[in-house]
Design a protein around this ligand. Structure first.
Ligand SMILES: [Zn+2]
Ligand SMILES: [Zn+2]
Length: 401
């Protein structure tokens, strides 16, 4: 079976890589994936796959029924790009100013198309149905693209039992793949704080309330949430990324605006954060004679990998790359991922595909969301094989169950 998957992957490799370059050249921002979605639908239709378009915006769902009755398993890819100027210098770099596939979603889309091409030639071995879900707006935190697709029935008719997804991962070398059971990616929330004081001349602080002094206290005190309110065996981050206030060197500022991000991996910890933050910022601001308004925008929930599916994935990886190339991820990453919404609905499993070219040291590999990010093309066929194998292995395991 593995041999067959490998040779079919090889057969479709050139087309898959071509699709990836084509998508890379014409990146589309979150919620604007019109051309990418149209291309996806065309390729799927060419391979005899039933297609539904316009599912939750530009979402595309394809259904491939095997020759034997059985359950339905889904594979998911994301299609959107980022608002940044590409600096890779590639001959097939983005043709659109200020838009770039800097998160590898071009590769994800092409790999899933490749996987569906392979699977369409293996219908007789399919003990059930494989659904492919191409989602828009993965980068549109906090709304995302998955919730609208779920709401519009992407996981229904036929009902999906389990779902697999994959992300190119620049810290892992090409040829390796990694995952873990339980939390793989954190929750990513946004925080907006507006500190209000009272303006006065800098020489007469007693007549004002210094919003900058209040903000300074708040900045320091916020760090005690992670060190004092979160268990040392759990993990969380509160990072303030911008601080804006004041208009003139000799005037006491009446307002300071701070923006930050809050990352957690435990759903209960995520729940607890807004309350703790509000108590601290309000307490400090009021204690110093001012006030502070908080807006807390909940982003993507933690991405939880199902333990049973993790077993399936590790058994697949053993066959596809071999034990020594499997990365047993120890700690989840605190970057948010929209696939988390699927993991709240049904058993889900997300994988990291190594894409750092051999010989390139970790520190020299541009990370995700960098305008020089370039995943190794050599990794993509392995991604296709893995997706195909996950679907087949899952359906095989459900036979007679
Ligand atoms: Zn991203
Ligand atoms: Zn991404």
């Amino acid at each position: 079976m593995n041999e067959k998957i490998r040779s079919l992957t090889k057969k479709h490799e050139e087309k898959m890589l071509g699709l990836r370059r084509r998508i890379h050249k014409l990146p589309e921002l979150s919620g604007e994936e019109r051309e990418t979605a149209a291309l996806v639908a065309t390729v799927l239709e060419e391979h005899g796959i039933e297609v539904r378009t316009g599912v939750g915006g530009y979402g595309v769902v394809g259904v491939l029924r095997g020759s034997v009755e059985g359950p339905c398993v889904a594979l998911r890819a994301d299609m959107d790009a980022l608002p940044m100027e590409e600096k890779t210098g590639l001959p097939w770099a983005s043709e659109l100013k200020g838009v770039m596939h800097a998160c590898g979603h071009d590769a994800h889309t092409a790999m899933l198309l490749g996987a569906m091409c392979v699977l369409s030639e293996m219908k007789s071995e399919l003990a059930g149905t494989v659904k492919c879900i191409f989602q828009p707006a993965e980068e549109a935190n906090p709304v995302g693209g998955a919730p609208a697709m779920i709401q519009q029935g992407a996981l229904k008719t036929p009902d999906v039992e389990a779902i697999f997804g994959m992300h190119v991962w620049p810290s892992l070398v090409t040829g390796t793949l990694g995952t873990r059971s339980g939390a793989l990616m954190g929750a990513s929330d946004r925080l907006f704080l507006t500190v209000r004081g009272k303006g006065a001349h800098g020489s007469e602080p007693e007549n004002g309330v210094d919003a900058i002094s209040i903000a300074a206290q708040i900045l320091t005190a916020l760090q005690t949430i992670v060190s004092r309110n979160v268990s040392p065996l759990d993990a969380a981050v509160v990072s303030i990324g911008t601080i804006k206030g004041g208009n003139r060197y000799n005037v006491i500022a009446d307002e300071v605006v701070l923006e930050g991000t809050v990352r957690t991996i435990n759903p209960e910890t995520q729940e607890k954060m807004p309350g703790r933050i509000e108590a601290i910022v309000r307490g400090i601001a009021r204690g110093m004679g001012g006030d502070c308004d908080m807006e807390y925008v909940k982003g993507y929930p933690p991405l939880m990998n199902d333990p049973e599916l993790a077993k399936t994935a590790f058994s697949v990886l053993k066959k596809v790359v071999g034990e020594e190339k499997i990365v047993h991820v120890e700690k989840p990453a605190l970057g948010g991922e929209d696939f988390a919404f699927f993991s709240r609905e049904i058993p889900a499993l997300f994988l990291w595909l190594g894409c750092r070219p051999e010989g390139v040291p970790k520190e020299e590999m541009p990370p995700l969301h960098n305008n020089r990010f370039l995943p190794d093309e050599k990794a993509l066929s392995l991604g296709v094989e893995t997706l195909v194998s996950c679907a087949l292995e899952y359906l095989e395991g459900r036979k007679g169950a």
